[in-house]
Design a protein around this ligand. Structure first.
Ligand code: BES
Ligand code: MN
Ligand code: MN
Length: 457
């Protein structure tokens, strides 16, 4: 074992303590009341990068939450690797469902529970730990290192793309490494080479100037909740195929080779179904579960509300009704086009007697990389060394907006070496990180730097 890998192993307890420290900061990016906490987390990350050995660390303010940057560029002739992660987290509600409080990190049964434990504080930090391991043992690192840790991933990274476009030289690199995804399962580590994109909309339907007595006025006027229900019901057929005209137009078709590779993975529909407590699986006809989640687009209702939602009964015709609707996108769907098509479809479906506004909240493109790239192969070797198993190449149904941006603007490959598990409860109560994965992840990150140093970008 190399000195750096031994260092990672010897410092497990401290690395865990440090992770717990940053997990105590409630850096919820969507909550304006927590902007100060987000700032505090950024300062923590900057200081951590400095202590690990970065020779330059900087906080870049944006219109909302700061971007943290750090670098160490003292390996002339070696490739430069940009490590991306996010220090912001999702809200902790519903709080009453947490076994231990979201921002009081707690170890139980070999897992660390806290909001952000897996998404993404417990993941991006493994690369900081690995970098530190090299600097503290040999005073040098096999690759030049840049860290880009943002605070707006969970709100759609609104300010990151402009930042990257404006600072191409600062961020120039040979490869990007991201740890913000899950392994296929605990026994099957994976390198992710595809992500879905995302477009998010809000639909507001207004019927009347104010809520109405449903006895006095009921029968004489449209109910906006019904108008909205009609719209939503018409967006998809009962089998699960999206009916928005042109929705599937640019979808890149799965190849026979891809379908075969998906089928080879140790996936079980029954286990999948049971793990989420579903009565049955459901989705677009003609595709398997993994195909549906990894390579087919969706349209979903994320929230729907309006009218009386309190206890008991209130006889009212609500003045308005609302929904949050989002589409997961695959290559080569263009978010702008999809937003336009879905918006048009919603407006067209709206009854003449209501006002419907569709507001675009955020969008990001999907991404798919070639698994043959040297950087991905280097990561596969690093994972095998740390986890004792050759990883499989997988995709994710989730989205990390900036990965497509790296592709498009920096024109470099991204390696997604995630150490999460699908039952880590991301965005849900009792988020956790598996400690075996965290410790193995720290070692994998060390091996990855070695491998990338040898492989070149
Ligand atoms: N780390 C996740 C993406 C992810 C989730 C990857 C599950 C692999 C498995 C990321 O932080 C995330 O939650 N992304 C959001 C996007 C967004 C704009 C809020 C998503 O996918 O919904
Ligand atoms: Mn994440
Ligand atoms: Mn997330």
């Amino acid at each position: 074992m190399s000195a750096a890998a031994a260092y990672a192993r010897d410092n497990r307890d401290r690395h865990l303590d440090e992770l717990m420290e940053v997990l105590r900061i409630p850096s919820v990016s969507t909550d304006p009341a927590r902007a100060g906490e987000v700032k505090r987390a950024a300062a923590w990350v900057k200081e951590r990068l400095r202590r690990a050995g970065c020779t330059r660390t900087e906080i870049f303010e944006t219109k909302r939450h700061p971007i943290v940057y750090g670098e160490w560029l003292a390996a002339p002739g070696s490739p430069t690797v940009l490590f991306y992660g996010h220090y912001d987290v999702q809200p902790e509600d519903p709080v009453e469902l947490w076994t231990s409080p979201a921002f009081e990190p707690t170890v139980r049964d070999g897992r660390l529970y806290a909001r952000g434990a897996c998404d993404d504080k417990g993941q991006f930090i493994i690369h900081v730990n690995a970098f530190e391991a090299f600097l503290k043992t040999g005073g040098s690192c096999p690759v030049n290192v840049k860290f880009l840790i943002e605070g707006e991933e969970e709100i759609g990274s609104p300010n990151l793309e402009p930042f990257i476009a404006a600072r191409k030289e600062l961020l120039a690199c040979d490869a990007v490494v991201v740890s913000d995804t899950a392994m296929f399962d605990k026994k099957t580590p994976s390198i992710v080479h595809g992500l879905r994109g995302l477009s998010y909309l809000q639909v507001d339907v207004r019927g009347t100037a104010r809520d109405l007595h449903s006895g006095t006025f009921g029968g004489s006027v449209i109910n906006p909740a019904f108008a909205l229900a009609h719209i939503i019901a018409a967006l998809k057929d009962v089998k699960g195929r999206v009916k928005v005209p042109g929705f599937y137009d640019n979808v890149r078709k799965l190849t026979a080779k891809e379908r075969k590779a998906f089928k080879k993975l140790p996936h079980s529909n029954t286990a999948w179904r049971k793990s989420i407590g579903a009565k049955a699986l459901f989705g677009e006809p003609g595709y398997t579960t993994l195909e549906r989640v990894w390579a087919r687009p969706t349209l979903e209702v994320n929230g729907i509300w309006g009218g009386f939602m309190g206890e008991g009964a209130k006889t009212v015709i609500p003045a308005e009704a609302h929904a949050k609707i989002s589409m997961r996108l695959v290559p080569d769907q263009r978010p702008k086009e999809i937003v336009a098509k879905v918006t048009r479809a919603i407006k067209k479906l709206a009854a003449a007697s209501v006002d419907v506004t569709v507001t675009h909240i955020h969008s990001g493109e999907g991404w798919l990389a070639d698994t043959g790239h040297v950087a991905l192969q280097a990561a596969a070797r690093a994972v095998k060394k740390a986890f004792g198993k050759t990883p499989v190449f997988t995709r994710e149904g989730g989205s990390i907006r900036v990965v497509a941006t790296f592709d498009r603007i920096l024109k470099v490959p991204s390696v997604l070496m995630g150490i999460g598990l699908h039952d880590d409860n991301l965005h849900a109560p009792n988020e956790k990180i598996d400690l075996d994965n965290f410790f193995n992840g720290n070692e994998a990150a060390v091996y990855l730097m070695d491998e990338l140093g040898n492989a070149a970008g």
